[in-house]
Design a protein around this ligand. Structure first.
Ligand code: SD4
Length: 299
């Protein structure tokens, strides 16, 4: 028997995001609609400084957003380095549905959003601006790889939201959205909008998403790797663990000091996660439960 519908997402605040997705799933809605609705919640929340409105800026003070979405028919859409738009996930969805392309970036992505009725907004909040200015003083414009692990008062190591779901019909969908690494170089794009790295959905097998230092995830094409491992028969947690081990193997010196977590769901509604370091949590919502779990970790 399949455990459906079900939605899972990264970090503790995934709980509120899941509630948005659950409202859609409960009404027999599609997984792709559920994950879009779900991740729009942290995108609009200025308290989440790694996603959408209120996200931490790049080293020049610009908030640049990355997001992607994938449905049950291998259709996908993505935007990267998009500025001034509060809900990049919905722009990614339109790229998927209204264009012959998968990915739009920067100015072109903004132009497309504006043409489609999205509003230009200021996304940099006073709090994120203040943190950026403090960072500038101390770090003199030199981007760091793992800054979010060290943000003072930060509850999580990172805050990107990756969400995957299976609906009542047994179809899957996923979404991932972020403002990327804090104080990154201008133009830097992480794993989150890269189909196969930050997110992958294969309706035959399952879906996976990631959070953490995106460069490490891109290097191993993480989410796709996790899905392929599930295809080979690995349980979602074991598949996530294998991917995390791959990162550690490819970059043994760096991996000890940075965070990456994977989260996966298979067609039976089984789920699991695994991270490099302690502290990667994820939220689950189904008919049977509404829980937050701590992922196991390698170090
Ligand atoms: C990135 N994976 O841009 C994202 C960062 C992240 O919480 O997860 N931040 O590399």
């Amino acid at each position: 028997v399949r455990n459906k519908p079900i939605v899972i997402s990264t970090w503790d605040f995934g709980k509120e995001a899941n509630a948005g997705a659950w409202a859609v799933l409960q009404q027999d809605g599609r997984a792709v609609d559920a994950v879009e609705a779900g991740v729009r919640i942290p995108e609009a929340d200025p308290g989440n400084q790694s996603v959408g409105y209120g996200g931490r800026p790049d080293r020049d003070g610009h908030v640049t957003l990355d997001a992607c979405i994938m449905d049950d028919k291998y259709r996908c859409g993505s935007v990267a380095c998009l500025e001034h738009i509060k809900h990049p996930i919905s722009v990614a969805r339109l790229v998927m549905e209204k264009t012959p392309h998968v990915m739009l970036v920067g100015e072109g992505a903004l132009q497309f959003a504006l043409e489609n009725g999205f509003k230009k907004e200021k996304l940099l909040t006073a709090k994120s601006e203040e943190e950026w200015k403090e960072w500038l003083l101390e770090h003199k414009y030199k981007p760091q790889k793992n800054i979010e692990n060290r943000m003072p008062g930060s509850k999580h190591d990172h805050d990107t939201i990756g969400m995957v779901a299976m609906d009542n019909h047994g179809n899957m969908g996923g979404a991932c959205t972020t403002s990327g690494m804090a104080f990154k170089l201008r133009g830097r794009v992480g794993d989150s909008p890269i189909i196969g790295a930050g997110l992958y959905v294969d309706n035959e097998v399952g879906c996976a998403t990631s959070s953490g230092v995106g460069e490490e995830v891109i290097r191993i094409v993480g989410a796709h790797l996790v899905v392929e491992l599930m295809r080979m028969g690995y349980h979602p947690e074991a598949a996530c663990r294998k991917a995390v081990e791959r990162i550690a193997k490819r970059n043994p010196a760096g991996a000890k000091d940075l965070q990456v977590g994977f989260l996966a769901l298979n067609k039976h509604g089984e789920y699991g996660a695994y991270a490099l370091q302690e502290g990667f949590s994820y939220a689950v919502r189904s008919d049977k439960e509404e829980n937050i779990y701590e992922a196991k970790h390698l170090f």
